[in-house]
Design a protein around this ligand. Sequence first.
Ligand code: ARG
Length: 269
Amino acid sequence: MSENRVQRPRRFLVCEPRHFGVQYAINPWMNPDTRVDVDLAQEQWTALISAYRSHGHSIDRLEPVPGLPDMVFAANSAVVVGGRVFGSLFHAPERRPESTHYDLWFKTAGYEVHRPGSVVEGEGDLVWTGRYLLAGTGFRTSREAHREAQEFFGHPVISLTLVDPYFYHLDTALFVLDEENIVYYPEAFSPGSREVLRRLFPDAVLATRDDAMAWGLNSVSDGRHVFIAPQAETLAARLADQGYEPVPVDLSEFHKAGGGIKCCTQEIR
Ligand code: ARG
């Protein structure tokens, strides 16, 4: 029953992990006593960028800044739809200075940046489906920011409540496969939000807790290839059955900071 899946080339903004580390704990994955292998992190990240390039995607890079160890997680810096940039206001004071650097990158690239009035963490919590934005709240991004994003973009914003601290950003519990379908881990959501997802995406691929804990929901799909953590074996196999091509990319060093493939990838639309 596998269909012929069509890829759409993407433009990604990324930030090298030159200053990456786990220096504070702002989610349950982080422990400042954990040793990060900086060389391995650099290798893993480089492999992700090569995988994107070899599958036809274009890459923009922004210079990392010393003292901002989470800056590699480019997805959190903004949401860009139709060339409009909705900037971020980080929950943790440790990450707030990242915005200055990302905003400057966007301005230099010719974009205007909207500065939000309340806490919002970019594509970490605001996920574009091609028709509307799915918006996470509960741990980081505020409901007020969901309303602000709807006003700014003029696209419907659907608020979803996250309930499990391991899945503190929407992009740790859900990703978009293509304009028709998504994958998510139901237990990461409140009962009402689960029902909303079920109504909107009756044919969604439902992931298990093991897939979610293995960072399988923090994947990037171009409509055909799914860049996915190799640890999420069950999910990768199910996607292959449905005609997608899993492209395994191991970012295990970044899991120590509570991040994976999607977190390292900001899409410019
Ligand atoms: N340590 C970072 C934080 O807690 C990880 C961010 C991961 N990014 C993501 N899009 N989920 O903010």
